[in-house]
Each structure stands twice: as structure tokens, then as C-alpha cells.
Design a protein around this ligand. Structure first.
Ligand code: IPM
Ligand code: MN
Length: 331
């Protein structure tokens, strides 16, 4: 048996509360792992100015995986911690796939759905191309570009086709806005069709992102695997959570499929500073993110047991929910 070395970044707000429950559940599932806590996030930044130094980043590279709670605190301007910590890890560790599975029944729906969104995680508007001129004046100019490379788009689309090819329905939908974003959309659409030729067993579809927002709510059953760009994927996956039992259940994997460094696993939700310390935070999304981590570490059996335990109804405080799930994952 291998001991997996896991870096834990609890982060801000409810982050440390939910990662503690995820660690508890992995222990209960009988997985052999060691954790090292990294005190990073908005609170750490306020204390001594560190967001994510090169030394810390190098230390993180030595781990098998990273489990992250949530980062961001109202005392720090928006973007500082998000860009300096979370996005810096996604870029520096080349976590080019953001995989977000959804299962549930949409509000008002009767039939459960199950699909996966593959969000490109290192390009698009997230790159931070652009700038501001004459800030704060009536002559202010702000530009924010979207970077799309053939390499980045191709590897993301290929990953999505591979995933779809291994699933029962073998169906992949590209979501973009090719009718307006013709430059980036052209690259995505062309590359999608090129890669599709390598996967004749996978059926394909295309939806504009605005239409996809309707279908996520009214007809989520049409989806098996969805592939999309970074910003569309960010927005669509909050909606995916909302139609699949709520954001408190939405898990995600930030993957470096080439395994040239650690991958990072985190709930889709944020740090929710308004409920910190109240016991109201649902740790299920963090626990399901830990299950995705276990899949990636080759511990699929423990991951399946955790997912089965999370599927049973649970109530109570953050620790109550963690305790009941932990009590059901017996190995
Ligand atoms: C997410 C989050 C992040 C994102 C933020 C915190 C930078 O919303 O993981 O979905 O936009 O990617
Ligand atoms: Mn988001």
C-alpha cells in the first residue's frame, strides 16, 4: 500500500471547516495518506503578506495532490487572493482540466440527470490579458482579452473526448458562443471537429452558451460530457450545481492529466464568510472533491464508497454531516 502525500490548503472562511470533514471521511474510508497543512489565503496574506511565494509553490510540487477548501476574504480586494493563489496554482501547475461532475434532479424536474463539465482551466479571459488606462477618470479605458491557443484548446477537447469515449452514452457537447466570439469560437469549433474524427464512437453536439443555460435547467438529460472554455465553464458549473442539489454538493478536480505535478481538488463553492463558524457549511462538496482526488490517486474503491455514502440524505451541522458520512464509508 502506498501512503499518499496530500497538501491541505484549508484557506479562508468555511474552507478549513469543510476540508477537515473531507480528511475525516478519507481516514474513515481506510485510505493510507499523510497530510501537510499549508496556511494560505486571505487571512495569511493580511498577517504577513504571503499569498503564494515561489518557495511555497515549489514545496507544493512535491506532493501527490492538493486538497483546497476555499480562498478569499472580504477584507482583501477582489482578485488579489483569487489571482495570486488559486489561479496561480492552476497556471503554474498546469492544471489544464477543471472537471466538475453533476448528478441530481433539477428543481421542478422528475428524472435524475448525470453529466460532467470539462472546463478549460489555463486560458481564456482568466489569463489576465489587458489593462487599465486613466483609471478612475471619465476617460478610463479597460480591456480584458481572452487567450486561446490551439495547444490549450486541443488538449482540453481531447481530454473531453477520451472521457466521453469511456462513458456509457459516449456523447460530447461543445458549448461556446461562436455566433459572436468568432475568433476564439472558430478555433474551438474547428478543433472540436478535427479531434472528433479520432473518436467516431462519440456522438457530438454544439450549444451556444446562452442556450445551454436554458437546457441546464429545462433539459439537463441531454448532456453526458460538456466541454467549454474557462469563463463559460465557471458560470455554467455554478448553474450545474444549482440544478443538481445545490452548490453545497458541487465538487471539482483541477487536473494535470500529464501528472508532471500535483493536481488540486476543491469544492466549486467559495469561502462563504457569512456562515463561517456557524456549523451551517455543507462539507459534502469538499468530501466529494476528496473522492475525485482518490479516483485520481488510484483509490477508486474508497472513492465509490464515499460517493455512495454522500448519496444518502444527511442533516445537521458541518461536523454532524461529516460524522454521518464517515460512519457509512466503512472499508
Ligand atoms: C471557481 C471559482 C474561481 C474561478 C474563483 C474563486 C477565481 O469561482 O473555481 O469556480 O472563477 O474559477
Ligand atoms: Mn466559479
Amino acid at each position: 500500500m502506498t501512503t499518499h502525500n496530500i497538501a491541505v490548503i484549508g484557506g479562508d472562511g468555511i474552507g478549513p471547516e469543510v476540508t477537515a470533514e473531507a480528511v475525516k471521511v478519507m481516514r474513515a474510508a481506510g485510505v493510507d495518506f499523510a497530510t501537510t497543512d499549508f496556511d494560505l489565503g486571505g487571512q495569511r496574506y493580511l498577517r504577513d503578506g504571503e499569498i503564494l511565494s515561489d518557495e511555497t509553490l515549489d514545496a507544493l510540487r512535491g506532493f501527490d495532490c492538493i486538497l483546497l477548501g476555499a480562498v478569499g476574504t472580504p477584507e482583501v480586494a477582489p482578485g488579489v487572493i483569487e489571482r495570486g493563489l488559486l489561479l496561480k496554482m492552476r497556471f503554474a501547475l498546469d492544471l489544464y482540466i477543471n472537471q466538475r461532475p453533476f448528478a441530481g434532479t433539477a428543481p421542478g424536474g422528475t428524472e435524475p440527470h448525470e453529466f460532467v463539465v470539462i472546463r478549460e482551466n489555463t486560458e481564456g479571459p482568466y489569463v489576465g490579458e489587458g489593462g487599465v488606462l486613466r483609471s478612475g477618470t471619465p476617460f478610463e479605458v479597460a480591456t480584458q482579452g481572452s487567450v486561446n491557443t490551439w495547444m490549450g484548446v486541443e488538449r482540453c477537447i481531447r481530454y473531453a473526448f477520451e472521457l466521453a469515449a469511456g462513458r456509457e452514452r459516449k456523447h460530447l457537447t461543445l458549448v461556446h458562443k461562436t455566433n459572436v466570439l468568432t475568433f476564439a469560437g472558430g478555433l474551438w469549433d474547428r478543433t472540436f471537429n478535427e479531434v472528433a474524427a479520432d473518436y467516431p464512437q462519440v456522438t457530438t453536439a454544439y450549444n451556444h452558451v446562452d442556450a445551454a443555460c436554458i437546457y441546464f435547467v429545462t433539459d439537463p438529460h441531454r448532456y453526458d460530457v460538456v466541454v467549454t472554455d474557462n469563463l463559460f465553464g465557471d458560470i455554467l458549473t455554478d448553474l450545474g450545481g444549482a440544478v443538481s442539489g445545490g452548490i453545497g454538493l458541487a465538487s471539482s478536480a483541477n487536473l494535470n492529466p500529464a501528472r508532471t505535478g500535483p493536481s488540486m481538488f476543491e469544492p466549486v463553492h467559495g469561502s462563504a464568510p457569512d456562515i463561517v463558524g456557524t456549523g451551517k457549511a455543507n462539507p459534502t462538496a469538499a468530501i466529494l472533491s476528496a473522492a475525485l482526488m482518490l479516483d485520481f490517486l488510484g483509490e477508486g474503491d474508497a472513492a465509490d464508497r464515499i460517493r455512495a455514502a454522500c448519496a444518502e440524505p444527511v442533516t445537521g451541522s458541518t461536523t454532524d454531516v461529516g460524522d454521518s458520512i464517515a460512519s457509512r464509508v466503512g472499508n
